[in-house]
Design a protein around this ligand. Structure first.
Ligand SMILES: [Fe+2]
Length: 409
Protein backbone atom coordinates (compact mmCIF):
# COMPACT_ATOMS: atom_id res chain seq x y z
CA UNK A 1 0.00 0.00 0.00
CA UNK A 2 1.50 3.33 -1.01
CA UNK A 3 2.29 5.88 1.68
CA UNK A 4 0.48 8.60 -0.27
CA UNK A 5 -2.82 6.83 0.08
CA UNK A 6 -2.44 5.91 3.69
CA UNK A 7 -4.70 8.86 4.57
CA UNK A 8 -7.45 6.46 3.67
CA UNK A 9 -6.51 4.34 6.62
CA UNK A 10 -7.47 5.00 10.15
CA UNK A 11 -4.63 7.15 11.39
CA UNK A 12 -4.06 5.34 14.62
CA UNK A 13 -0.68 3.69 14.57
CA UNK A 14 0.53 1.58 17.43
CA UNK A 15 3.81 -0.29 17.47
CA UNK A 16 4.96 -2.34 20.37
CA UNK A 17 7.64 -4.83 21.06
CA UNK A 18 6.93 -7.97 22.92
CA UNK A 19 9.80 -9.88 24.47
CA UNK A 20 12.86 -10.17 22.21
CA UNK A 21 12.66 -13.20 19.91
CA UNK A 22 8.86 -12.95 19.86
CA UNK A 23 7.09 -11.72 16.71
CA UNK A 24 6.71 -7.93 16.68
CA UNK A 25 3.35 -6.45 15.73
CA UNK A 26 2.69 -3.15 13.97
CA UNK A 27 -0.82 -1.95 13.30
CA UNK A 28 -2.17 1.07 11.46
CA UNK A 29 -5.84 0.37 11.92
CA UNK A 30 -8.45 -0.14 14.57
CA UNK A 31 -10.41 -3.35 14.34
CA UNK A 32 -14.12 -3.50 14.47
CA UNK A 33 -15.43 -0.39 12.65
CA UNK A 34 -18.04 -1.46 10.13
CA UNK A 35 -18.80 -4.88 8.67
CA UNK A 36 -15.97 -6.69 6.91
CA UNK A 37 -16.09 -6.21 3.16
CA UNK A 38 -13.02 -8.27 2.17
CA UNK A 39 -10.66 -10.54 4.07
CA UNK A 40 -8.86 -11.20 6.19
CA UNK A 41 -6.12 -12.13 3.71
CA UNK A 42 -2.36 -12.41 3.72
CA UNK A 43 0.05 -10.06 1.91
CA UNK A 44 3.75 -9.27 1.49
CA UNK A 45 4.99 -12.55 2.89
CA UNK A 46 8.76 -12.76 3.30
CA UNK A 47 11.01 -15.14 5.24
CA UNK A 48 10.55 -13.17 8.48
CA UNK A 49 7.51 -10.94 7.85
CA UNK A 50 3.88 -10.98 6.71
CA UNK A 51 0.91 -8.61 6.69
CA UNK A 52 -2.67 -9.50 7.57
CA UNK A 53 -5.18 -7.28 5.70
CA UNK A 54 -8.92 -6.79 5.96
CA UNK A 55 -11.23 -4.20 4.50
CA UNK A 56 -14.31 -2.81 6.25
CA UNK A 57 -17.34 -1.18 4.71
CA UNK A 58 -17.68 2.58 5.06
CA UNK A 59 -20.59 4.80 4.12
CA UNK A 60 -22.06 5.37 0.66
CA UNK A 61 -21.74 8.90 -0.77
CA UNK A 62 -23.97 10.26 -3.54
CA UNK A 63 -22.68 13.23 -5.53
CA UNK A 64 -25.17 15.23 -7.61
CA UNK A 65 -24.58 18.12 -10.02
CA UNK A 66 -23.73 18.91 -13.64
CA UNK A 67 -26.61 16.66 -14.72
CA UNK A 68 -24.84 13.75 -13.06
CA UNK A 69 -25.42 11.50 -10.08
CA UNK A 70 -22.39 9.55 -8.89
CA UNK A 71 -22.51 6.95 -6.11
CA UNK A 72 -19.24 5.99 -4.46
CA UNK A 73 -18.68 3.78 -1.45
CA UNK A 74 -16.15 4.43 1.23
CA UNK A 75 -14.10 1.59 2.69
CA UNK A 76 -11.27 1.24 5.14
CA UNK A 77 -8.23 -0.96 4.73
CA UNK A 78 -6.68 -2.37 7.88
CA UNK A 79 -3.19 -3.82 7.92
CA UNK A 80 -1.26 -5.57 10.66
CA UNK A 81 2.36 -6.36 9.93
CA UNK A 82 4.11 -9.16 11.80
CA UNK A 83 7.89 -9.41 11.82
CA UNK A 84 10.56 -11.56 13.49
CA UNK A 85 8.81 -14.62 12.13
CA UNK A 86 10.63 -17.87 11.40
CA UNK A 87 11.36 -18.78 7.76
CA UNK A 88 9.57 -21.69 6.06
CA UNK A 89 7.06 -21.91 8.92
CA UNK A 90 3.29 -22.23 8.88
CA UNK A 91 1.33 -19.60 10.85
CA UNK A 92 -2.38 -19.17 11.45
CA UNK A 93 -4.04 -15.82 12.23
CA UNK A 94 -7.43 -14.94 13.67
CA UNK A 95 -9.27 -11.62 13.92
CA UNK A 96 -11.20 -10.72 17.04
CA UNK A 97 -14.37 -11.43 15.06
CA UNK A 98 -13.25 -15.04 14.67
CA UNK A 99 -12.39 -14.87 10.94
CA UNK A 100 -9.14 -16.66 10.31
CA UNK A 101 -6.55 -17.77 7.79
CA UNK A 102 -3.07 -19.20 7.48
CA UNK A 103 0.15 -18.82 5.50
CA UNK A 104 3.69 -20.12 5.32
CA UNK A 105 6.70 -17.79 5.43
CA UNK A 106 9.26 -17.85 2.61
CA UNK A 107 12.17 -20.25 2.97
CA UNK A 108 15.36 -18.37 3.85
CA UNK A 109 17.42 -20.52 1.47
CA UNK A 110 16.94 -22.66 -1.66
CA UNK A 111 14.01 -25.02 -1.07
CA UNK A 112 11.36 -27.05 -2.84
CA UNK A 113 8.06 -25.17 -3.34
CA UNK A 114 5.01 -24.85 -5.59
CA UNK A 115 3.25 -21.71 -6.81
CA UNK A 116 0.48 -21.05 -9.29
CA UNK A 117 0.10 -18.37 -11.92
CA UNK A 118 -2.86 -17.13 -13.91
CA UNK A 119 -4.16 -13.81 -15.22
CA UNK A 120 -7.07 -11.84 -16.66
CA UNK A 121 -9.57 -12.88 -14.03
CA UNK A 122 -11.98 -10.04 -14.90
CA UNK A 123 -15.53 -10.02 -16.23
CA UNK A 124 -16.73 -13.64 -15.82
CA UNK A 125 -17.10 -14.56 -12.16
CA UNK A 126 -18.23 -18.17 -12.78
CA UNK A 127 -15.26 -18.90 -15.04
CA UNK A 128 -12.85 -17.35 -12.52
CA UNK A 129 -14.48 -19.55 -9.84
CA UNK A 130 -13.84 -22.72 -11.88
CA UNK A 131 -10.18 -21.80 -12.26
CA UNK A 132 -9.74 -21.02 -8.54
CA UNK A 133 -11.51 -24.28 -7.60
CA UNK A 134 -8.99 -26.13 -9.80
CA UNK A 135 -6.03 -24.29 -8.25
CA UNK A 136 -7.17 -25.07 -4.70
CA UNK A 137 -6.91 -28.81 -5.48
CA UNK A 138 -3.19 -28.43 -6.17
CA UNK A 139 -1.99 -28.90 -2.59
CA UNK A 140 0.10 -26.45 -0.62
CA UNK A 141 0.85 -23.30 -2.63
CA UNK A 142 3.62 -20.90 -1.64
CA UNK A 143 1.83 -18.03 -3.43
CA UNK A 144 -0.36 -17.12 -6.40
CA UNK A 145 0.78 -14.76 -9.16
CA UNK A 146 -1.86 -12.87 -11.14
CA UNK A 147 -0.45 -11.34 -14.34
CA UNK A 148 -2.91 -8.42 -14.35
CA UNK A 149 -6.46 -7.41 -15.29
CA UNK A 150 -7.81 -8.73 -12.02
CA UNK A 151 -11.00 -6.72 -12.53
CA UNK A 152 -12.69 -4.97 -15.42
CA UNK A 153 -12.43 -1.50 -13.88
CA UNK A 154 -10.00 -0.86 -11.03
CA UNK A 155 -12.06 1.96 -9.53
CA UNK A 156 -15.35 0.02 -9.45
CA UNK A 157 -15.92 -1.44 -5.98
CA UNK A 158 -18.56 -3.86 -7.31
CA UNK A 159 -15.92 -5.42 -9.57
CA UNK A 160 -13.64 -5.87 -6.57
CA UNK A 161 -16.55 -7.46 -4.65
CA UNK A 162 -16.88 -10.03 -7.42
CA UNK A 163 -13.10 -10.59 -7.46
CA UNK A 164 -12.85 -11.10 -3.69
CA UNK A 165 -15.91 -13.36 -3.64
CA UNK A 166 -13.95 -15.79 -5.81
CA UNK A 167 -10.31 -15.18 -4.85
CA UNK A 168 -10.91 -14.26 -1.16
CA UNK A 169 -10.82 -17.80 0.31
CA UNK A 170 -7.59 -18.51 -1.60
CA UNK A 171 -6.09 -15.18 -0.49
CA UNK A 172 -6.87 -15.99 3.17
CA UNK A 173 -4.42 -18.88 3.04
CA UNK A 174 -1.98 -17.99 0.22
CA UNK A 175 0.04 -14.86 -0.55
CA UNK A 176 -1.61 -13.38 -3.68
CA UNK A 177 0.93 -11.38 -5.73
CA UNK A 178 -0.47 -9.46 -8.73
CA UNK A 179 1.04 -7.07 -11.25
CA UNK A 180 -0.87 -4.21 -12.86
CA UNK A 181 -2.98 -4.75 -15.97
CA UNK A 182 -4.51 -2.05 -18.17
CA UNK A 183 -7.95 -2.71 -16.58
CA UNK A 184 -6.69 -1.82 -13.11
CA UNK A 185 -6.58 1.78 -14.47
CA UNK A 186 -3.85 2.56 -11.90
CA UNK A 187 -6.79 3.00 -9.51
CA UNK A 188 -6.13 3.66 -5.83
CA UNK A 189 -8.27 0.62 -4.93
CA UNK A 190 -5.58 -1.70 -6.36
CA UNK A 191 -2.85 -0.02 -4.27
CA UNK A 192 -5.12 0.00 -1.22
CA UNK A 193 -6.05 -3.69 -1.34
CA UNK A 194 -2.61 -5.14 -2.12
CA UNK A 195 0.48 -4.79 0.04
CA UNK A 196 3.45 -5.56 -2.21
CA UNK A 197 7.20 -4.90 -2.19
CA UNK A 198 8.91 -1.71 -3.41
CA UNK A 199 6.42 0.96 -4.63
CA UNK A 200 4.00 -1.73 -5.90
CA UNK A 201 4.21 -0.50 -9.53
CA UNK A 202 7.23 -2.71 -10.09
CA UNK A 203 9.06 -4.84 -7.56
CA UNK A 204 11.02 -8.02 -6.91
CA UNK A 205 11.21 -10.65 -4.20
CA UNK A 206 13.05 -13.89 -3.48
CA UNK A 207 11.48 -17.21 -2.61
CA UNK A 208 13.90 -20.06 -1.94
CA UNK A 209 16.54 -19.90 -4.68
CA UNK A 210 14.27 -18.09 -7.16
CA UNK A 211 14.29 -14.37 -7.90
CA UNK A 212 10.88 -13.01 -9.00
CA UNK A 213 10.50 -9.66 -10.78
CA UNK A 214 7.19 -7.91 -11.52
CA UNK A 215 7.37 -5.17 -14.17
CA UNK A 216 4.70 -2.68 -15.16
CA UNK A 217 3.56 -2.33 -18.76
CA UNK A 218 0.81 0.17 -17.79
CA UNK A 219 2.36 3.58 -17.21
CA UNK A 220 -0.90 5.40 -17.88
CA UNK A 221 -4.50 4.48 -17.35
CA UNK A 222 -5.93 3.71 -20.78
CA UNK A 223 -9.54 4.94 -20.88
CA UNK A 224 -12.23 2.31 -21.38
CA UNK A 225 -13.27 1.85 -25.00
CA UNK A 226 -10.20 3.61 -26.42
CA UNK A 227 -9.76 2.55 -30.06
CA UNK A 228 -6.81 0.20 -30.65
CA UNK A 229 -5.08 2.80 -32.89
CA UNK A 230 -5.13 5.45 -30.13
CA UNK A 231 -3.93 2.88 -27.58
CA UNK A 232 -1.01 2.00 -29.86
CA UNK A 233 -0.15 5.68 -30.25
CA UNK A 234 -0.10 6.05 -26.47
CA UNK A 235 2.11 2.99 -26.22
CA UNK A 236 4.76 4.41 -28.54
CA UNK A 237 4.65 7.92 -27.02
CA UNK A 238 7.65 9.70 -25.51
CA UNK A 239 5.94 9.66 -22.11
CA UNK A 240 5.69 5.88 -22.27
CA UNK A 241 9.32 5.49 -23.26
CA UNK A 242 10.53 7.77 -20.46
CA UNK A 243 8.59 5.60 -18.01
CA UNK A 244 10.11 2.42 -19.46
CA UNK A 245 13.61 3.94 -19.41
CA UNK A 246 13.30 4.52 -15.66
CA UNK A 247 12.05 0.99 -15.16
CA UNK A 248 14.83 -0.50 -17.36
CA UNK A 249 17.48 1.08 -15.16
CA UNK A 250 15.94 -0.48 -12.05
CA UNK A 251 15.35 -3.85 -13.81
CA UNK A 252 18.95 -4.19 -14.99
CA UNK A 253 20.38 -3.32 -11.58
CA UNK A 254 17.96 -5.71 -9.87
CA UNK A 255 19.02 -8.59 -12.14
CA UNK A 256 22.67 -7.74 -11.73
CA UNK A 257 22.25 -7.85 -7.94
CA UNK A 258 20.47 -11.21 -8.19
CA UNK A 259 22.39 -12.84 -11.04
CA UNK A 260 23.34 -15.85 -8.96
CA UNK A 261 19.75 -16.87 -8.28
CA UNK A 262 18.98 -20.47 -9.33
CA UNK A 263 16.13 -19.13 -11.48
CA UNK A 264 14.88 -15.71 -12.55
CA UNK A 265 11.14 -15.49 -13.21
CA UNK A 266 9.82 -12.20 -14.64
CA UNK A 267 6.14 -11.32 -15.00
CA UNK A 268 4.22 -8.40 -16.49
CA UNK A 269 0.88 -7.89 -18.21
CA UNK A 270 1.42 -7.13 -21.93
CA UNK A 271 3.36 -9.93 -23.69
CA UNK A 272 6.41 -9.54 -25.93
CA UNK A 273 5.47 -12.58 -28.02
CA UNK A 274 1.80 -13.15 -28.79
CA UNK A 275 -0.46 -14.56 -31.50
CA UNK A 276 -2.74 -11.50 -31.50
CA UNK A 277 -1.98 -9.61 -34.70
CA UNK A 278 -3.82 -6.37 -33.81
CA UNK A 279 -1.38 -5.87 -30.93
CA UNK A 280 1.86 -6.28 -32.89
CA UNK A 281 3.05 -2.71 -32.21
CA UNK A 282 2.43 -2.96 -28.47
CA UNK A 283 4.33 -6.27 -28.39
CA UNK A 284 7.22 -4.53 -30.18
CA UNK A 285 7.27 -1.65 -27.64
CA UNK A 286 7.49 -4.10 -24.74
CA UNK A 287 10.28 -6.06 -26.48
CA UNK A 288 12.14 -2.77 -26.95
CA UNK A 289 11.64 -1.94 -23.27
CA UNK A 290 12.70 -5.21 -21.65
CA UNK A 291 13.77 -7.80 -24.28
CA UNK A 292 17.53 -7.18 -24.33
CA UNK A 293 17.78 -7.29 -20.51
CA UNK A 294 15.86 -10.58 -20.40
CA UNK A 295 18.26 -12.07 -23.00
CA UNK A 296 21.36 -10.67 -21.33
CA UNK A 297 20.60 -12.13 -17.91
CA UNK A 298 19.41 -15.50 -19.25
CA UNK A 299 15.99 -15.18 -17.58
CA UNK A 300 14.51 -18.68 -17.49
CA UNK A 301 10.78 -17.88 -17.48
CA UNK A 302 8.61 -14.90 -18.47
CA UNK A 303 4.89 -14.91 -17.56
CA UNK A 304 2.29 -12.60 -19.12
CA UNK A 305 -1.44 -12.03 -19.57
CA UNK A 306 -3.52 -9.52 -21.58
CA UNK A 307 -4.39 -12.01 -24.34
CA UNK A 308 -7.07 -14.35 -23.01
CA UNK A 309 -5.70 -17.80 -23.82
CA UNK A 310 -2.63 -20.00 -23.24
CA UNK A 311 0.50 -19.53 -25.34
CA UNK A 312 4.02 -20.91 -24.89
CA UNK A 313 7.00 -19.66 -26.92
CA UNK A 314 10.73 -20.14 -26.65
CA UNK A 315 13.40 -17.68 -27.68
CA UNK A 316 16.96 -18.80 -26.98
CA UNK A 317 17.09 -19.94 -23.37
CA UNK A 318 13.92 -18.20 -22.26
CA UNK A 319 10.42 -19.68 -22.10
CA UNK A 320 7.57 -17.17 -22.54
CA UNK A 321 4.10 -18.16 -21.30
CA UNK A 322 0.91 -16.14 -21.75
CA UNK A 323 -1.54 -17.25 -19.09
CA UNK A 324 -4.46 -14.93 -19.71
CA UNK A 325 -7.20 -17.51 -19.21
CA UNK A 326 -8.23 -16.79 -15.61
CA UNK A 327 -11.86 -16.03 -16.41
CA UNK A 328 -12.06 -13.22 -19.00
CA UNK A 329 -13.70 -13.95 -22.40
CA UNK A 330 -11.38 -16.23 -24.40
CA UNK A 331 -9.60 -14.88 -27.52
CA UNK A 332 -8.90 -16.83 -30.68
CA UNK A 333 -5.39 -18.07 -31.36
CA UNK A 334 -4.46 -16.23 -34.55
CA UNK A 335 -0.91 -17.20 -35.54
CA UNK A 336 2.60 -17.55 -34.07
CA UNK A 337 4.50 -14.73 -32.38
CA UNK A 338 5.38 -13.23 -35.77
CA UNK A 339 9.04 -12.75 -34.79
CA UNK A 340 11.93 -14.59 -36.38
CA UNK A 341 13.76 -16.98 -34.04
CA UNK A 342 10.79 -17.40 -31.72
CA UNK A 343 9.56 -20.98 -31.57
CA UNK A 344 5.86 -21.66 -30.93
CA UNK A 345 5.60 -24.57 -28.51
CA UNK A 346 1.93 -24.67 -27.48
CA UNK A 347 -1.21 -22.57 -27.94
CA UNK A 348 -4.57 -23.37 -26.38
CA UNK A 349 -7.78 -21.39 -26.62
CA UNK A 350 -9.22 -21.96 -23.14
CA UNK A 351 -9.51 -20.84 -19.54
CA UNK A 352 -6.65 -22.41 -17.61
CA UNK A 353 -4.00 -21.95 -14.90
CA UNK A 354 -0.36 -22.95 -14.46
CA UNK A 355 1.32 -24.78 -11.59
CA UNK A 356 5.07 -24.24 -11.16
CA UNK A 357 7.24 -26.59 -9.10
CA UNK A 358 10.74 -25.62 -8.07
CA UNK A 359 13.10 -28.27 -6.80
CA UNK A 360 16.88 -27.99 -6.85
CA UNK A 361 18.09 -26.97 -10.31
CA UNK A 362 14.75 -27.85 -11.94
CA UNK A 363 11.74 -25.64 -12.52
CA UNK A 364 8.69 -27.35 -14.02
CA UNK A 365 5.60 -25.59 -15.36
CA UNK A 366 2.41 -27.63 -15.81
CA UNK A 367 -0.62 -25.91 -17.37
CA UNK A 368 -4.12 -27.22 -16.69
CA UNK A 369 -7.70 -26.75 -17.85
CA UNK A 370 -9.93 -25.81 -14.88
CA UNK A 371 -11.12 -29.45 -14.50
CA UNK A 372 -7.55 -30.60 -13.86
CA UNK A 373 -6.90 -32.04 -17.34
CA UNK A 374 -3.36 -31.35 -18.48
CA UNK A 375 -2.53 -28.88 -21.27
CA UNK A 376 1.25 -29.36 -21.29
CA UNK A 377 4.24 -29.53 -19.01
CA UNK A 378 7.84 -28.52 -19.52
CA UNK A 379 11.01 -28.15 -17.47
CA UNK A 380 13.45 -25.28 -17.50
CA UNK A 381 17.15 -25.56 -16.79
CA UNK A 382 18.78 -23.24 -14.26
CA UNK A 383 21.11 -20.64 -15.80
CA UNK A 384 22.28 -19.60 -12.34
CA UNK A 385 25.92 -20.47 -12.89
CA UNK A 386 26.09 -18.97 -16.37
CA UNK A 387 24.50 -15.54 -16.06
CA UNK A 388 26.75 -12.68 -17.15
CA UNK A 389 29.75 -14.98 -17.36
CA UNK A 390 31.44 -12.73 -19.96
CA UNK A 391 31.17 -9.71 -17.67
CA UNK A 392 32.55 -11.66 -14.75
CA UNK A 393 35.48 -12.89 -16.81
CA UNK A 394 36.17 -9.33 -17.91
CA UNK A 395 36.11 -8.19 -14.29
CA UNK A 396 38.75 -10.75 -13.23
CA UNK A 397 40.81 -10.19 -16.38
CA UNK A 398 40.10 -13.53 -18.09
CA UNK A 399 40.34 -17.13 -16.96
CA UNK A 400 43.13 -17.75 -14.44
CA UNK A 401 44.92 -20.22 -16.74
CA UNK A 402 44.90 -17.66 -19.56
CA UNK A 403 46.81 -15.24 -17.35
CA UNK A 404 49.49 -17.81 -16.48
CA UNK A 405 52.82 -17.27 -18.20
CA UNK A 406 53.98 -20.15 -20.36
CA UNK A 407 57.04 -21.89 -18.83
CA UNK A 408 60.36 -20.65 -20.22
CA UNK A 409 61.85 -23.00 -22.81
FE1 LIG B 1 -5.16 -6.47 -20.52
Amino acid sequence: MKRSISMFLVSVCAAFCVVAEEPQVKTDAVAGDGPILFGPYIQKVESGEATVVWVTQGDKVTLEGGEQTIDRSDYRVHTVRFDRLKPDTKYTYKLGSGLSGSFKTAPGKAAKFRFVVYGDTRSREEEHQKVVDGMRKQGELAFVINTGDLVSSGSNLDHWKSFFKVAGPLMAETYYVPCLGNHEDNAKEYFDFFVLPNDEYWYSFNWGGVHFVALNTEPMAIPDGMPASAETELYSSRQMWEYFAKQREWFEKDLQDNQFADFIVVYFHVPMYDSKTSRRENQYEIRKAFGDIIDKYRVELVLNGHTHNYQHYRKGLTHYVITGGGGAPIYDIEEGAGVEGVETIRQEQSTHYCVVDVEGSRLKLHSYFPDGTSIEEFSVESQGGLRRVDERLKAIGGLPWEKEQAPAK
